[in-house]
Design a protein around this ligand. Structure first.
Ligand code: ZN
Length: 159
């Protein structure tokens, strides 16, 4: 299933003309023809008919990025004819924010989670750790990390 979800994210990157570097979910939504509107609730949702994502503007910048990417994930899965679920949208969201090819290139150049985070300021440490697990790239970074504190204790089990 993960290969299918990766393909769904790849398609979005290709169609949006992504050339590498950090992703901004708000820009990505615009490239997909989706609009973003504020609403008073702490969660997010997407109206697939109008292509409108609604999110709370009170959330932190990274949280908003994750929520918008998650809603793009729902949209992209349905558009691709792939079964939509919360798990699938979460996976596609991370694949959208952290494209596999870009992360692989970054990992060849950096040796700590912090350095990787600097290259992807729109994602949290936890999201980045989860994505490294998806890509099975975490162990390389873990062993190359300059200090064990590069990963929080709660992230250890993920890597
Ligand atoms: Zn959802």
């Amino acid at each position: 299933m993960q290969d299918t979800w990766e393909s769904v994210a790849c398609e979005i990157h290709e169609e949006s003309g992504y050339l590498g570097g950090a992703i901004d979910a708000f820009v990505l939504a615009e490239c997909c023809g989706l609009s973003i509107r504020p609403w008073p609730f702490p969660t997010a949702c997407i109206d697939l008919t109008s292509g409108t994502i609604r999110i709370s503007m009170a959330r932190s910048p990274r949280s908003k990025q994750r929520l918008v990417a998650h809603e793009i994930g729902h949209w992209a899965l349905r558009r691709a004819g792939v079964e939509d679920s919360e798990e699938a949208a979460d996976y596609v969201a991370l694949a959208l924010l952290l494209p596999g090819c870009t992360v692989a290139r970054d990992l060849a150049e950096v040796s700590s989670l912090d350095a990787l985070l600097e290259r992807h300021p729109n994602v949290s440490r936890r999201s980045l750790a989860r994505r490294l697990v998806h890509l099975r790239a975490g162990s390389r970074l873990y062993f190359a990390a300059s200090a064990p504190t590069d990963l929080t204790t709660s992230d250890h089990y993920l890597i």
